[in-house]
Design a protein around this ligand. Structure first.
Ligand code: HGY
Ligand code: MN
Ligand code: MN
Length: 412
């Protein structure tokens, strides 16, 4: 007899989780290690315990729920932190669906060949450091990057961790025991327009793009806005603006990738002062490792040239670099077979968004299932998906987990 998820419980849990960090301006903000994120994690721990799974939180703040004995487990999860003014599905879908799958299996007790574990990874969105929780779990963090990590308000990671009773030294020791993860599976919204346009309910991910992030600073000279002639100004904002336009043009004409200036601080930031300094957050992505490297070289060269032409200082601090990652052909085959068995149309695709799966993939067999995002929107309050697709994605996730955990019911 095939196990079936409980779609009502799934939807209720999604709607409950969406309450944490909901903002009257629209959207949800659960910044990692902030109050809303912490409250959501406590909610999740209570749900895991109510499902009679073994709940624990590690030194990176990752929340785990286990079904079965010790030993290499099939892992399923995602993240519950969000971007500012984010949506209710990015990450949360994968965690709540993982809970629903393990709770269903716990209740219906099929014989399993391997234990199952669910996880909500900390700081996937990189408020402090991209994929912080999953990188801690696989031992892929360096002490120096943790020392430099801070959020957009300049709060150091160590201070945010301390507010949660955590610390950097123990975070570095949060690694799961080697080979503890037999396979990893993640259900996620596509966060793009392709599945909806193709009217296909399931995406099976082949490759996750590489992502690099830099903090760029243009240093000019603050001066009086009324008495300083345009010809002698060292206007940092004009340099930053020209830089942003030039890197966009270069990436469009040379790659299939993307580049984004997502944040710009203009200092001192008054109407009547020529901007003396501009700090901007820049990230770029490409599915090809070679192209990602050529983007980095071009971006840094453009910054130096613009700064030189405008008599400005230029600093570029690399914040993170995650190579493109191919997901497991074996897991892709399982997802294809289980989608076929459910009569679900699917398409193989690459992911333009980064995911914890790319951190797990070098350590274990990792796979991802996408469902459509309405109008392709994500990282905004309008992020939305159809409950029909959510239920189909969660049922497919359950069937894949049963296969990977060697359950007898998977052969039924
Ligand atoms: O930004 C991303 O690609 C992901 O949503 N963290
Ligand atoms: Mn995500
Ligand atoms: Mn995201």
């Amino acid at each position: 007899m095939r196990l079936a998820i409980d779609p009502f419980r799934l939807r209720k849990n999604m709607e409950e989780l969406a309450e944490f960090g909901w903002e009257s301006t629209g959207g949800i903000w659960r910044e990692s290690f902030g109050a809303a994120d912490q409250a959501a994690k406590q909610w999740l721990i209570a749900k895991i315990e109510a499902a009679r799974l073994h709940a624990r939180q590690d030194a990176a703040g990752n929340v785990w729920g286990r079904l079965g004995p010790a030993g290499p487990a099939v892992l399923v999860g995602s993240h519950i932190d969000t971007v500012p003014a984010g949506g209710m599905f990015d990450g949360a879908l994968g965690v709540v669906a993982a809970l629903e799958c393990l709770q269903t299996i716990r209740e219906q007790k099929p014989a399993l060949g391997h234990p199952l574990e669910m996880v909500a990874f900390s700081d996937e969105e990189g408020a402090f450091l991209s994929f912080l929780g999953s990188r801690a779990a696989v031992g892929a963090l360096r002490r120096e990057e943790l020392a430099e990590a801070q959020n957009m308000q300049g709060v150091p990671l160590a201070q945010a961790l301390a507010a949660c009773g955590l610390n950097v030294a123990e975070l570095l020791r949060a690694r799961s025991t080697p080979h503890a993860i037999r396979a990893y599976l993640e259900l996620h919204i596509e966060q793009g327009p392709r599945l909806e346009a193709a009217q296909i309910p399931i995406g099976i991910v082949r490759t996750i793009v590489g992502i690099a992030a830099y903090r760029i600073t243009f240093q000019g000279e603050a001066n009086h806005a009324g008495t300083t002639p345009l010809a002698v100004r060292k206007d940092a904002l004009l340099g930053a603006a020209e830089f942003a336009l030039q890197v966009d043009a270069w990436v469009r004409s040379h790659t299939l990738g993307v580049v984004t200036v997502g944040n710009m601080d203009v200092l001192p930031g008054a109407f009547n002062i020529v901007p003396g300094e501009v700090r901007l957050a820049l990230e770029f992505r490409e599915a090809s490792s070679a192209q990602l490297a050529s983007m980095e070289q071009a971006i840094l060269q453009i910054g130096a040239e613009v700064a030189h032409q405008r008599n400005l200082g230029f600093r570029a601090q690399k914040l993170s670099w995650d190579e493109p990652v191919a997901l497991s052909p074996a897991i892709i085959a399982v997802i294809r077979q289980e989608a076929d068995a459910l009569g679900l149309k699917f398409q193989l695709m690459d992911s333009g968004a980064g995911h914890d799966a790319q951190i797990l993939a070098p350590q274990t067999e990792a796979g991802m299932i996408f469902i459509p995002s309405l109008q392709g929107k994500s990282h905004c309050p309008q992020e939305n998906s159809r409950w029909e697709h959510i239920e189909q994605g969660a049922q497919l996730l359950l069937n894949c987990l049963l296969r990977l955990a060697g359950s007898e019911s998977a052969k039924a």
